[in-house]
Write a protein that binds this ligand. Structure first.
Ligand SMILES: [Zn+2]
Length: 98
């Protein structure tokens, strides 16, 4: 609760996602986009991202899409078919805008 107030005060941007930190849905969308661009390689961020998708119902992730993200996250690389990357990217954009 305090953390979310702090977030508002600091303009919603933390310099780096720390391990165990609760992500908001838009942050997850942003991280997912970075991941698809091959720019997300910190283990703490990747596991925070996976944890959030596992628990968050608000993200509204379809089971099939989630499986693909999880596979890609587990291998630390976005090795998914192009059409899946496209769906994941749209998903990330939708979240980032929410
Ligand atoms: Zn979420």
């Amino acid at each position: 609760m305090i953390r979310s107030m702090m977030r508002r005060v600091t303009g919603g941007r933390w310099p780096e996602i720390r391990a165990g930190e609760q992500l908001s849905c838009p942050e997850v969308g942003r991280l997912l986009q970075q991941f698809l661009d091959g720019e997300l390689d910190r283990d703490s961020e990747i596991s925070s991202l996976a944890d959030h998708l596992e628990e968050c119902k608000r993200c509204g992730l379809e089971a099939d899409t989630y499986r693909k993200i999880k596979q890609a996250l587990a291998s630390r690389r976005a090795e998914v078919p192009p059409e899946s990357v496209e769906r994941l990217r749209q998903f990330g954009e939708r979240l980032a805008d929410s």
